[in-house]
Design a protein around this ligand. Sequence first.
Ligand SMILES: [Zn+2]
Ligand SMILES: [Zn+2]
Length: 190
Amino acid sequence: MTHSHGHGDHVAGDRGFDGMANVTMVAATPEALQKAFNIAQWPEGQGSIDLGGRVIDVLPIPGHHPAHVAYYDRATGILLTGDHLYPGRLYISDFPAYLASTRRLAAFTEGKPVTHILGCHIEQSTTPYVDYPIGTVYQPQEHVLELGRANLLELLAELEKMKDKPVKLALRDLTIFPREPRPGRGAPKK
Ligand SMILES: [Zn+2]
Ligand SMILES: [Zn+2]
């Protein structure tokens, strides 16, 4: 069992797998991910896992979280992007790392089929450019989860423009949301 990254909302159920037969847990740390997926260089390299005639590519994409990875399923063309890219507020903890990771994701997917990009949250509404208020628990008319490679390329283009001065920016299907480091408050939980 593995994760996109180590934030609490993604690892909270881990203990339910404790002691289960035939389950290997991969911790959400660069070291454990490198070992499990044979990633020689973090974050520039890439690794993979063969599920049995079905290869999943694993790409390090730190920036939202230091131990973030994306998974690409060659059989379906689905790219799983965790909290790096989804239709909502993309919380960026380390902007230079996030930009470099987005560049690598765009380069990796060039020339490959990308049927859907699936992330882990939805905070956009179906109204273009509009996300729900932070903390809302009611989201009528929510954006669909799936995004496409065009969203990845648009994200990259906007990040490149703001690379020296990260700012919050609403796009049609997502919101770029750089985070200030908050000393003493610990890492963002999401
Ligand atoms: Zn997260
Ligand atoms: Zn999350």
